[in-house]
Design a protein around this ligand. Structure first.
Ligand SMILES: NC(=O)c1ccc[n+]([C@@H]2O[C@H](COP(=O)([O-])OP(=O)(O)OC[C@H]3O[C@@H](n4cnc5c(N)ncnc54)[C@H](O)[C@@H]3O)[C@@H](O)[C@H]2O)c1
Length: 369
């Protein structure tokens, strides 16, 4: 089969990383970079690809690409994805799927209509790439094998310090309450993973961390302590904060982001508790009383560690995108999955603002918070 002709829309921090994956996959061909920013033409040149300032300009100049990866700011995900789906281009949009629940629902219904009625049947996937991280895949395998017994609880951390340059123009959207903030930029990843591992979250409470940055210009939240309840009865606590020097986060623990130095086991970010054993991630250590006469705090724990394979999640996600476009797989993270994660982040925001617990029973995708 000929390689899929792929474009990258948005050439800021993450777009070029996706572009590298596209260039290294024999089943994909990078045909262009689209971005109105004056610096994007040079980025396209470095990536040895064509440059267009807009999707419209690209469509006028070259034959329709097969697929696009949308790497633009959160508030543009919906209009940009709709523009692409409207002409039959398959879309992998970066997380979060949208900057509001209403916009996310609008995109899902548009994507579903296009999938059914456009001759090309374009599909929408959302880039919660950590579902492809080998540590996560191993964790999912261990939980699914029943090796921890009945699942009881999860304790998670996403804590680190973002530098001030991260919030400076032209990326100051990240510091505004309406377009940025640690809940929709970062927590959304972990919420998607928690859904993937434990099923839907049905109740959430949140307490704000003490702000460390000056407001104005920073109006977005910096962190929160959350309590979670899942439909399965599993309960959880999660601490998220982007204003503290700390190794306890997914990126430092797994080393998946080349920008953030890896600390390995010291970056401990998930502890999962079951009736037969507990598991810590990313040291992938299982603690149990296997081999003992009984499960008792007076006995030494049996320690087992699991090996994790090597893979680059962005590359695995792209390989999956190709399979979905070719009709060989269903999306690992659909628009609905991504909207569910966004609903929980919105609920966390609401809990922060009102000081009240938010229940998410029933049709969370259709519900108004
Ligand atoms: N999966 C991950 O781990 C991960 C990591 C970082 C960012 N992201 C997500 O990726 C997206 C982009 O983040 P970033 O940090 O690269 O942002 P960024 O601000 O660095 O880059 C965004 C780029 O999009 C361009 N742009 C804006 N509007 C556009 C439009 N209509 N058409 C084409 N280009 C447009 C801007 O000029 C800019 O170059 C965000 O949604 C973010 O949440 C995901």
């Amino acid at each position: 089969m000929p390689p899929l002709r792929v474009i990258i829309v948005g050439a800021g921090l993450i777009g070029p990383r996706h572009a590298q994956s596209v260039r290294s996959n024999p089943n994909t061909q990078l045909v262009a970079l689209v971005d109105p920013s004056p610096s994007a033409a040079a980025t396209a040149q470095q990536l040895e690809t064509s440059y267009y300032p807009s999707v419209e300009a690209l469509l006028q100049a070259i034959p329709r690409p097969d697929a696009a990866i949308v790497c633009t700011p959160n508030h543009t995900h919906v209009p940009v994805s709709k523009e692409l789906l409207a002409v039959g281009i398959h879309v992998l949009v970066e997380k979060p799927v949208a900057d509001s629940l209403a916009a996310g629902r609008d995109l899902l219904s548009f994507a579903s209509h296009q999938h059914q009625h456009h001759e090309n049947h374009p599909t929408l996937l959302v880039g919660h790439h950590r579902r492809f991280n080998p540590y996560l895949l191993k964790t999912k395998e261990i939980l699914s094998s029943g090796s921890l017994g009945s699942l009881i609880a999860i304790n998670g951390l996403w804590t680190l310090h973002k530098p001030s340059a991260y919030f400076a123009p032209p990326t100051d959207w990240r510091r505004n309450a309406s377009s940025g903030g640690v809940l929709s930029i970062n927590l959304v990843h972990d919420i998607d993973l928690l859904h993937y591992l434990f099923g839907p979250i049905t109740r959430i409470h949140a307490e704000r961390t003490l702000p460390q940055r000056s407001s104005p210009p920073h109006t977005a939240e910096e962190g929160a302590a959350l309590t979670l309840r899942f439909a399965s009865g599993v309960v959880g606590t999660f601490l998220v904060c982007d204003a503290t020097p700390s190794p306890h986060n997914f990126e430092a623990g797994t080393g998946e982001n080349p920008m953030i130095p890896r600390v390995g086991a010291a970056g401990d970010f998930y502890r999962i508790f079951g009736s037969e054993a507990s598991l810590s991630v990313p040291d992938m250590t299982r603690w149990s009383y296997d081999g003992q006469v009984e499960k008792s705090w007076a006995l030494p724990l049996t320690v087992e560690t699991f090996e994790v394979s090597q893979a680059t999640p962005f590359d695995s996600q792209l390989a999956h995108f190709v399979e979905v476009v070719r009709g060989e797989a269903e999306p690992s993270c659909s628009g609905e999955d991504a909207l569910r994660a966004l609903v929980v982040c919105e609920a966390a925001r609401k809990a922060l603002e009102t000081g009240k617990t938010v229940d998410l029973e029933g049709d969370v995708i259709g519900a108004n918070l």
